[in-house]
Design a protein around this ligand. Structure first.
Ligand code: CS2
Ligand code: MG
Length: 405
């Protein structure tokens, strides 16, 4: 079998998605997600101008060699754009291989290790009361794990609070078409957050897993304070506590609290984790197959994480397309050290562009045995949705200091 052609499909059913489609001389094709929220067109060019010419004529079954060629061969290794492009190729090649061998992708990477994939939903509200109510709605929908994010008293905006319920899309421009500006106060946030989780436990008891995303906004000692204050509420994890380029920063957090830590949705290679793994400074890997170079790289990361008692908890926000969700579900079904999968549901409009096999049932996502990834792209429908540049917000402290969003 030979790769004969490939193309990049840009569509915007409510938000931008970038999909790579690889075609072969035996009529089998595969698809992969290449969406990089807020910088989508960069990956389009990376694929069209540089990667696709190198794929033509190759055997699509040679997944490892093609991965190594695209990773080592570029010389300028790593980075979100490079690794998202490599991920799209890798997902598409696994899709092709599964279809050609008439088997679902999970059978190519170890077979079935579990009957379903536990997911966590996103409850959020403008204030504490609304957030408590929203968590109750997710419990009523059968979720076993729920992330809770709330507006912070005294702040006009913050991370994780959706404009419309049951769907959160962070990409938003201001009136001039440039990044919206959010505001931040660590003090207000640290004083408020423990109250939210005390109220959640007082209201719903101990049965459900509660998660929370700090979204890169604390220093290590601030994260240590929050982790310690949340210990009575037994969170499943505290996510992205600090800007994690400084892996050693987690030593301070770990010294002070037993609250489990998750990090890495902005990471893109195993090297972002080496200190965090070998010193057991975290508990969950957030780096998705999309940002982290696909299934081939994900298997290496999960294997190394497993040596250090670390489980996966992949990123699964709306800006990762249903193609990444499909690939993640095959991956999560097969590996042993699976933890949880983020499931920020896409809209019906998006799901129509990406018809897929996976489905939600009582707190779990399930895949079927359809060969390949079990997902497709409706190109005619995709063509109806024009690309619209949309930035992620920026974030400033109340005194105007530029900060992490
Ligand atoms: C968040 C994301 O889902 C999460 O944990 O961190 O919503 C993140 O803000 C977006 O994916 C950014 O595009
Ligand atoms: Mg996050």
């Amino acid at each position: 079998m030979k790769i004969t052609d490939a193309k990049v499909i840009v569509t915007c059913p409510g938000r931008n998605f970038i999909t790579l489609k690889i075609m072969t001389d035996e009529g089998v094709y595969g698809i992969g997600d290449a969406t990089l929220n807020g910088r989508e067109k960069s990956v389009v060019s990376y694929l069209e101008d540089y990667v696709i010419p190198c794929l033509i004529g190759r055997n699509p079954f040679d997944i490892e060699d093609i991965w190594q060629y695209l990773y080592r061969g570029v010389y300028w290794r790593r980075g979100a754009i490079t690794m998202s492009a490599i991920a799209a190729v890798d997902m598409a090649l696994y899709d092709i291989k599964g279809k050609a061998l008439n088997t679902p992708v999970y059978n190519l990477i170890g077979g079935r290790s579990r009957t379903g994939v536990m997911v966590y939903g996103h409850a959020n509200g403008a204030d504490l009361e609304q957030t408590i109510d929203e968590v109750g709605k997710y419990i009523d929908m059968g979720y076993l794990a729920i992330r809770a994010q709330s507006g912070i008293p005294g702040l006009q905006s913050t991370y994780g609070v959706a404009k419309e319920k049951m769907y959160y899309e962070p990409a938003q421009n201001d009136a001039s078409g440039l990044p919206a500006v959010n505001e931040w106060s660590t003090e207000k946030y640290l004083n408020f957050t423990p109250k939210l989780f005390k109220k959640l436990r007082d209201t719903y008891g101990e049965e459900h897993h509660f998660l929370h995303d700090c979204h890169h906004r604390l220093t290590p000692i601030e994260a240590a304070r929050l982790g310690k204050e949340l210990e009575p509420y037994h969170l499943f994890w505290l996510e992205d506590t600090v800007q994690a380029e400084l892996q050693e920063g987690f030593r301070i957090i770990r010294k002070h609290t037993t609250t489990p830590l998750a990090v890495g949705e902005v990471f893109n290679t195993i090297y972002d984790y080496t200190t965090l793994f070998t010193e057991q400074l975290i508990d969950y890997v957030r780096m998705s197959l999309l940002r982290g170079g696909g299934i081939t790289h994900g298997l290496k990361v999960a294997a190394m994480a497993g040596v250090y008692h670390i489980r996966t908890g992949f990123h699964g926000a709306t800006d990762l397309s249903p193609v990444t969700m499909a690939a993640a579900l095959h991956f999560n079904t097969a590996i042993n050290n699976f933890g949880v999968q983020e499931y920020m549901r896409h809209t019906g409009e998006t799901d129509a562009v990406f018809p897929h096999e996976y489905y939600y049932d009582k707190g779990y996502l399930h895949i079927t045995d359809k060969p390949g990834l079990g997902i497709d792209i409706d190109e005619a429908l995709a063509a109806k949705y024009e690309y619209k540049r949309a930035y992620l917000p920026v974030n400033r402290k109340l005194d105007g200091t530029m900060f992490n969003w």
